[in-house]
Design a protein around this ligand. Structure first.
Ligand code: NAD
Length: 531
């Protein structure tokens, strides 16, 4: 069968040099501060626009819309979006199925070039994307910059990985045969990202899927739809043929679920909470009328990540690491260090230094670049405050504990610390996803490891210790997908720290690692007898 012609030609590109992470922006540099302020001002003029769905390259409107708002100023509308439902989900899958017929045969260089060109454009418009992240999800400048840098890294890294995968061979050539191993795409995928890394995670799952020849329907979080719409514009500018990535907006239970249950969806790449991930896992397992495959799910879920501080640790470094991991982006990271497990002999000193350290944390509108901004929405605000209230019976509140009231009605909460928390308490077991840290006292490093491993999660963890034997034990016994020694438990770098968790934290797909693209492919062997 002849390869159908692609409708758009992408100028071919190849990766330059070896992979290097996109450098973070130094905002103490006057030029960068000015660039960020200019971008914030430019984006502020774009707020409130209406965005269509993009299905098969067509702009589509739904019968209803919803708004995305600034969590620092809920009266400020960031974007008006189409509330897609089952009808639009079906249309999106049809569009993706149609384009799959050509995209699956597109030359690898074409797919790789699309990612590299997209990365180039985002690099050129870095401050603009940072500003969208600040307005739509409340990231301060450095957190926004890290999200954009990770997005660029994913695009570049997966482009290179696709080239590497295409060069793989069977380990053995059977005598008298030519044996091949090819990684072919799966089909149409549903990409369902969370709101907290609305650029990097959304773009990363999408890029991995399309560079391996799949086509997708992306259903962003209703809390971050505008960033996804802006990313789709960049893909189109980079030359993406219509229908390779389809943008569907809408809620999870109705719109997202329609994708999960669709018989023509071959795989679901999901990053989000444990309850939703498990629901998707269960629903995807049930074959629907007309479905001829077992759906694949790639599920990256929540965490209750712990930092162990051993008696011999550098306490100042540990305090800095715990504060950064617990309160960076208001604790709204899957890797947030929401538990600190401290050995008895340094417990009091640690708590004192921790309280001192919290004084430097300013909480206000991220446009002005404070250490901490708001939590994402009213429901999250109420949920975190409920945990704080209930936590008063589970531990001793020594810092924070209140909402921060402002005229703008932003969803602010003080950085909050409970000490003397029982390891079995809800504060120490459940993902709160807000600026709340539970501190626990342990008698030994043995006990510290047992407490650290004593939840149903297993995403990230950190250990501060100067004793090599403690670090070696942690390497063997701390059961997490991403372990950090003498550094904070957030901030995974593409390539260096492939990311994914154990137990209820997910399927351990290791985003940004050498096996990640395999999740989006199926391997076909061809053995030809030489005659
Ligand atoms: P969420 O589970 O509420 O939503 C995630 C996505 O799923 C959204 O797009 C949502 O609209 C959609 N959705 C909701 N219900 C659905 C349903 N029934 N069917 C289909 N789709 C549905 O999570 P969130 O609040 O957006 O993100 C925060 C969570 O994500 C936290 O638990 C955090 O730990 C986790 N997270 C994990 C990682 C990781 O790599 N492990 C990274 C970032 C965030």
């Amino acid at each position: 069968m002849a390869t159908p012609a692609l409708t758009t030609q992408i100028q071919h590109r190849t990766p330059k040099g070896k992979f290097e992470n996109e450098p973070f922006t130094d905002f103490s540099h006057g030029k960068h501060t000015n660039d960020m302020k200019a971008a914030l001002s430019w984006v502020s003029d774009q707020l409130g626009r209406e965005y269509p769905l993009v299905l098969g390259g067509e702009r589509v409107r739904a019968s209803a819309t919803f708004t995305s708002v600034n969590p620092a100023k809920p009266a400020e509308v960031i974007g008006v979006h189409q509330a897609g439902g089952v009808t639009e989900a079906n249309q999106a899958v049809e569009a993706a199925l149609k384009s799959f017929e050509s995209w699956k045969f597109a030359p690898l260089e074409e797919r790789v070039s699309l990612l590299l060109r997209t990365a180039e454009i985002i690099k050129q418009r870095k401050f603009e994307f940072c500003a969208w992240l600040t307005y739509e999800v409340g990231k301060n400048w450095a957190e926004a910059d890290a999200d954009v840098a990770e997005c660029i890294d994913f695009l570049d890294f997966y482009a290179r990985e696709a080239l590497r995968l295409a060069g793989s061979q069977t380990p053995i050539q059977f005598p008298g045969e030519r044996d091949e191993l090819k990684y072919i795409p799966l089909g149409v995928g549903a990409v369902i990202p969370p709101w907290n890394f609305p650029l990097a995670i959304m773009a990363g799952m999408t890029a991995a899927a399309i560079v391996t020849g799949n086509t997708v329907v992306v259903k962003p979080s209703p809390d971050a739809p505008t960033i996804a719409a802006r990313f789709l514009d960049v893909l189109e500018e980079a030359g993406m043929p219509p229908g390779v990535v389809n943008l569907l907006q809408g809620d999870g239970p109705n719109c997202g679920n329609a994708l999960v249950e669709h018989p023509k969806v071959r795989f679901i790449a999901f990053t989000g909470s444990r309850p939703v991930g498990l629901e998707i896992h269960e629903k995807a397992a049930k074959p629907r009328a007309g479905q001829i495959w077992i759906k694949r799910t790639i599920l990256e879920l929540g965490g209750k990540d712990a930092t162990i501080v051993a008696a011999d640790a550098d306490v100042n470094a540990a305090v800095d690491g715990v504060i950064a991991a617990a309160f960076g982006f208001s604790g709204q990271k899957c890797s947030a260090g929401s538990r600190a497990i401290i050995e008895d002999s340094i417990y009091d000193v640690f708590v004192e230094k921790l309280r001192d350290g919290l004084e430097a944390i300013s909480v206000s509108d991220p446009v002005t670049n404070p250490r901490m901004g708001p939590v994402i929405n009213a429901a999250a605000h109420a949920r975190v405050l409920r945990y704080i209230e209930a936590g008063k019976a589970e531990g001793r509140l020594v810092a924070g504990g209140h909402a921060v009231e402002t005229e703008s009605g932003g969803y602010y909460i003080e950085p909050t610390v409970f000490i003397d928390v029982d390891p079995k308490a809800k504060l120490a077991q459940e993902e709160i996803f807000g600026p709340v840290l539970a501190v626990m006292r342990v008698k030994s490093f043995d006990e510290a490891l047992a407490v650290a491993n004593g939840t149903e999660f297993g995403l990230t963890g950190a250990v501060y210790s100067t004793a090599p034997e403690n670090l070696d034990r942690a390497r063997r016994e701390f059961h997490v997908g991403n372990l950090y020694l003498n550094r904070k438990c957030t901030g995974a770098m593409v390539g260096a720290h492939p990311f994914g968790g154990f137990n209820m934290s997910g399927t351990d797909s290791k985003a940004g690692g050498p096996e990640y693209l395999l999740h989006f492919t199926q391997a076909k062997t061809v053995a030809e007898r030489l005659i």
